[in-house]
Write a protein that binds this ligand. Structure first.
Ligand SMILES: [Zn+2]
Length: 232
């Protein structure tokens, strides 16, 4: 495990919990069935999703037949022969060799891991074909200034997102005060009816006097943007 590799992981612009997850996954410290069996917490171990005998972190997050499709669209370029060592860390190292791939990769992996846990507990889990979209949306919202909003405000916005009707578009936006810089930021995500992100502009402007003011300004900016790009 090289110092440079870890530096890249810690520098990634993803929430802390995803960095921790990556660190645990690479150190084989996630509670997979294999790890639990070694600690004799469960007697038998096989993958519950594909019934194969493999149950490592590497299998759960990458190699399992049940999730191959998830990786296909954005990480179809990964040469699976090079991952034949079966080490999740080697896989992440391989991903870091290509620029700007690490953040999306570990965010998708984190979504897959939490989905797998929910399935195991027979709880309602994200449909598999939504994993990549939700991971991308999560990443975009994290990387935009929306995160600097006061907590109460962010929680109020946590309603369940649904894609818009056929042939229409849905715009989600949020403004944030960047108090220390005397600026305010606006993050926008525009999706089509299939839930694909078609645009995610962001903008900064001088700080308005209140959060309400900021929200109004944000709504105005979005209306102008949507009009400019010709969406209705
Ligand atoms: Zn499997």
């Amino acid at each position: 495990m090289t110092h440079a590799f870890w530096k890249q992981v810690w520098r990634a612009d993803v929430p802390g919990k995803i960095k921790h997850f990556t660190w645990k996954a690479c150190s084989n410290a996630l509670p997979t069935r294999e790890n639990l069996m070694q600690r004799k917490i469960i007697a038998k171990s096989s993958c519950q999703q594909c019934k194969s005998q493999s149950k490592s972190v590497f299998h759960a997050l990458w190699d399992c037949a049940s999730i191959q499709q998830v990786w296909e669209s954005d990480f179809g370029w990964v040469d699976r022969q090079k991952t034949s060592t079966g080490s999740f860390q080697n896989l992440v190292e391989l991903i870091t060799q290509k620029p700007c791939q690490l953040e999306l990769f570990i965010t998708i992996a984190w979504f897959l891991w939490s989905r797998r846990n929910k399935l195991r507990l027979k709880e309602e889990a994200l449909p598999q074909n939504r994993v990549v979209f939700e991971a991308k949306r999560y990443l975009i919202l994290h990387q935009q200034p929306v995160n600097t909003l006061p907590k109460k405000q962010s929680q109020a916005n946590e309603t369940k997102w649904k894609p818009p009707d056929f042939n229409s578009f849905k715009t989600n936006f949020d403004g944030a005060m960047l108090s220390d810089r005397g600026e305010a930021g606006l993050g926008v995500v525009i999706c089509n009816h299939e839930g694909e992100i078609i645009a995610a502009p962001s903008e900064k402007f001088p700080q308005p006097p209140s959060v309400i003011c900021l929200e109004i300004l944000a709504a105005r900016c979005v209306a102008i943007f949507v009009h400019e790009v010709g969406l209705h």
